[in-house]
Design a protein around this ligand. Structure first.
Ligand code: LLP
Length: 387
């Protein structure tokens, strides 16, 4: 499989913009479905926060995936794109009352609850609406993911989730409430995880222990949700367009000791959409410094904030030039010195007007874009509307 860049059509579009190769996306979704079928009692909820572009969501929902939402806006986007309410899970540490009511009104599958005060509010609001809300508790498994500090979330003390020590009392609290029904446990240890064994096996061990502990008290956990986190290859995207779903999902399914009555849930975000997306930008200027040369793009941290925020690496390609390679610092136009996409990047000689692709930008790219410096939000185009 190779990424298609329809360059002639690109020339007609105003840069910068996001481009999504939907052949790559569909191949990715097929590989998820294949593994989901192989595992049997398993649900996959796409984490909409990774990319909520309304052109992509209906494609993703058409493969039978559910949705993992973290806001009322995401629930609305999911429903509009055809994700069935009964496959929507709703997470987040700070769910507002209107968002909880929206979830209750639409009959979503489950609220992933992150604190006792939230549980009480869901119970109260469900009561006033004459409903019973399905709830799962997000437990902090105290497992460290070997990833960037800003995107690891499974450690004992952070704003997410409920500690293991409090798990039993929280389940007991739910049992005492009229308008909530405890249906599962939820975990998420972090994102962009590549050491699958190192990080996911300890999570599975921890989940097995917790299930055994609850089982001794006759508490049945119907749903186990292991969150997201599967990483992708940012260094060489073209050689690894499809993430390792088979290895990842089967590793977890075989290591968890679930009964046939228990459903395993995944919430992949990045791995579904990252490799199909590129940020396409035009070179505005090539500037000679004293010791360096700069390629100044018309895209910046407003369109793709990951390098500035997490020191993340995105492969950069010159789609126009085939000349000798030279080294450039590739930077954006924003008035911030952190607005740098890459230093000492080897690229075919760059000229004003060249089109550049920032690869692996389909996840947490467009969805994290901002209007800083009064810039317009970028458009997103899919392959099938350009050819
Ligand atoms: N489930 C929960 C509860 C999550 O918090 C997340 C991501 C996911 C699923 C999806 O995880 P994924 O499969 O995408 O790793 N903006 C950052 C990533 C933040 C991830 C937040 N939570 C980045 O650009 O790297």
């Amino acid at each position: 499989m190779k990424t298609t860049f329809p360059l002639e059509q690109f020339q007609l579009l105003k840069t910068p913009f996001y481009y999504y190769d939907t052949h790559v996306l569909r191949a990715t979704l097929q590989s998820i479905c294949k593994e989901k079928e192989a595992l049997g009692n398993c649900e996959v909820h796409y984490a909409i926060k990774a990319n909520a572009n309304p052109k992509l969501l209906p494609i993703i929902s058409s493969y039978g995936l559910g949705a993992d939402c973290v806001s009322g806006g995401e629930i609305e986007a999911a429903l509009k794109a055809g994700f069935p309410a009964e496959k929507i899970v709703f997470a987040g540490v700070g769910k507002a009352d209107w968002e909880i009511c929206l979830g209750l009104d639409k009959g979503i599958f489950c609220f992933n609850v992150e604190s006792v005060p939230e549980l009480e509010v869901i119970n109260e609001l469900a009561g006033t609406m004459g409903k019973v809300a399905n709830v799962a508790f997000r437990i902090n498994p105290d497992v460290e993911a070997h990833t960037h500090a800003h995107i690891t979330t499974g450690l004992a003390e952070n704003k997410f989730g409920i500690s293991m020590a409090d798990m039993e009392s929280v389940i007991a609290r739910a049992a005492a409430l009229q308008n909530v029904r405890f249906i599962g446990l939820h975990f998420h240890i972090g994102s962009q995880i590549l050491d699958l064994e190192d990080d996911f096996l300890p999570l599975c061990d921890r989940i097995n222990d917790l299930l055994e502990q609850l089982g001794k008290q006759g508490i049945v956990v119907e749903n186990i949700n292991v969150g997201g986190g599967l990483g992708i290859d940012y260094e060489q995207p073209e050689s690894h367009l499809l993430p390792e779903f088979e290895r990842y999902m089967s590793l977890i399914a075989t290591h968890l000791k679930l009964s046939p009555a228990q459903t395993l849930h995944f919430e992949p975000g990045r791995s579904v959409v990252a490799q199909c997306g590129s940020l396409i930008s035009r070179v505005l200027y090539v500037k000679q410094g004293t010791n360096k040369q700069f390629a100044i793009l018309d895209a910046g941290m407003t369109e793709l904030i990951r390098p500035a925020l997490y020191q993340a690496h995105h492969a950069i390609e010159n789609l126009t030039s085939k000349e000798e390679k030279e080294k450039y610092d590739v930077v954006g136009p924003i008035c911030e010195s952190s607005d740098v996409f890459g230093k000492d990047v080897c690229l075919p000689r760059v000229h004003r007007g060249d089109l550049m692709a920032l690869r692996s930008a389909g996840a947490y790219g467009e969805s994290m874009a901002s209007g800083y410096n009064s810039r317009a939000l970028p458009e997103g185009y899919i392959l099938e509307e350009l050819i």
